[in-house]
Structures are given as C-alpha cells and as structure tokens.
Design a protein around this ligand. Structure first.
Ligand SMILES: NC(=O)c1ccc[n+]([C@@H]2O[C@H](COP(=O)([O-])OP(=O)(O)OC[C@H]3O[C@@H](n4cnc5c(N)ncnc54)[C@H](O)[C@@H]3O)[C@@H](O)[C@H]2O)c1
Length: 252
C-alpha cells in the first residue's frame, strides 16, 4: 500500500461519479486499477481514459459469480491491495411508500453487494500481504432524511458490516474503513438534482445548509480514499470518516 507499481486496486462502481474519480486517483499514484461496474461500457470508457494501467470488468456486485470472476481477475493481475466499494443505488420513497422491489434493489446493491465483495476480496487481500478496504457510506448512514428510507438503512448497516470485517481481519493486515460523504459535485447527487426544475438553486440550497457552505468535491473523497489505502493510515481500521463539511456533527 505504499504506491509501488505492482499494487492492485479494485473500484466497484468505478464507471461514474466518485468511483470514476477514485479510479483515476489510484491509477495516478501507480496502482493497477480494475474498474468494475454493472455498466460495462462505462467501465470500459473509464479504463480507456486511464490507459494501460487500468482494465474494465463488467460485474454486478449483487451476483456472487460476477464477484468471484472479478476477484479472480485481481489475482491474475497480481493480488489485491486496495478494494473500494463505491457502487450504490438510491430510491426516493418514505417507509410507507417504499415498494418491495425498491427496498430489495437498494439493500442488495448497497449492502449485499458490499458483503459479497468483502467475502471474496478479503481472502485474496490476506494472501497478498494485507491491504485497505474503503466503503463509500453516506452522511445518511448517521443522520436520516425524509424519502430515503431504504438508502439510509442500507448505509447504516454498511457501517457495521465494515466494522465487523475490520475486527475479524485486523490480525491479517486488512484494514476496513468507511468514508461518509454528504452531497458532492459528482455522481448521484448531481444526477438527482439535474431533474429538478432549477438544479442550481437546489444545489445552492444544499450547500448553504452545510456548515462549510459548500458541496463536497470528488477530490475531497479521492484524497480520503488514497489516505485510507496507504501506509499513512496503517493504524486506522473500523473508522467512519465524515466527508460532509461538518454536517453530521451539527445538532440541528
Ligand atoms: N455523489 C454524492 O453526492 C454522494 C453522497 C453521499 C454518498 N455517496 C456514495 O458514494 C458512492 C458513489 O456514488 P456516486 O455519486 O459516484 O454514484 P454514481 O451513480 O455516479 O456511481 C455509482 C456506480 O455504481 C454502479 N452500480 C450500481 N449498481 C451496481 C451493481 N449492482 N454492481 C456494480 N456496479 C453497480 C453504477 O453503474 C454507477 O457507475 C455511493 O456509495 C453513494 O452512495 C455519494
């Protein structure tokens, strides 16, 4: 995890948004990056834009066979040193309005997908001499918002899943941490707000409700992931790092 060129990283959900930025960041420090996504074309586009040190893998992280193939590809590439779990979906529905299908889609992607990646990825990471896992949580894993019942529940559960992995594999040199962004100028937040009649007004409103009075950036997230997958964070595991401009710390 020191940035040597033979380090191998997987970014699950690397075809867009924060995962795409993270894939570029890991490649820039010298990692070989496997860009994995259910969107195979998107993954191919990102891998191509990185160049020879990246490869694309179409994989649905809800499906164990896909995850097994992905981890086998990492083994072929030289092992697994960094695993970034960025894939997620959301649905806008309160508890009483959330359908079975939407609940299942969100929980399967955001929670079961992470579980399958940990179950298959950790043994390879151990065999590779240890490494760092970073899961993308959300500020909505610690505070909730109306209309995000399934998403909030999945992100809270993801935190404890990662803490579980952290304690079970601490003796193996595998560290597992969560970064929890609030609204960022990338990915899901930009997609959702682009459907509003005045996207910029919504984004300004969200920024003004943040203690730091700005949205997060992809760079904020990339920097945290690079730190948590480097030797500089070698005694940090089972942590949840808020990337929210102070939002979760605020009382009201
Ligand atoms: N962007 C934000 O403002 C924000 C805020 C808080 C948390 N997050 C979290 O950051 C992470 C990245 O979000 P983003 O904004 O980049 O979203 P995004 O939609 O741009 O990227 C998510 C990626 O996951 C992929 N994906 C979805 N289901 C998949 C599956 N079953 N298997 C494999 N890939 C799958 C999508 O195709 C997509 O490329 C997510 O975990 C999200 O919850 C984002």
């Amino acid at each position: 995890m020191s940035g040597a060129s033979e380090q191998v990283a997987i970014v699950a959900g690397g075809a867009s948004g924060l995962g795409e930025a993270i894939a570029h960041g890991l490649a820039a420090r010298g990692d070989r990056v496997l860009v994995a996504d259910i969107d195979g074309e998107g993954a191919a586009r990102v891998a191509k834009s990185i160049g020879d040190t990246a490869e694309a893998h179409e994989a649905d992280i809800r499906v164990d066979r896909d995850v097994e193939r992905l981890i086998a590809a990492a083994a072929d590439a030289g092992g697994l040193h960094s695993l970034v779990l960025s894939a997620a979906v959301e649905t806008r529905a309160s508890i009483v309005d959330c359908t079975d299908d939407d609940w299942q889609r969100v929980v399967d992607t955001n929670l079961k997908g992470a579980f399958l990646c940990l179950r298959r990825g950790i043994p390879l990471m151990v065999a590779s001499g240890g490494g760092g896992v970073v899961a993308l949580g959300s500020v909505l894993g610690s505070i909730v918002a109306p209309q995000y019942a399934a998403y909030c529940a999945s992100k809270t559960a993801l935190v404890n899943l990662c803490k579980q992995a952290a304690i079970e594999h601490a003796p193996d040199g595998v560290r597992v941490n969560v970064v929890s962004p609030s609204a960022c100028e990338a990915g899901l937040f930009m997609q959702v707000t682009s459907m509003a009649p005045d996207p910029d007004a919504v984004r300004r409103m969200v920024a003004s409700n943040t203690p730091m009075k700005r949205l997060g950036t992809a760079a904020d997230v990339v920097n945290a992931v690079l730190f948590l997958t480097s030797e500089q964070s070698s005694y940090i595991s089972g942590a949840v790092i808020p990337l929210d401009g102070g939002m979760a710390a605020r009382r009201s």
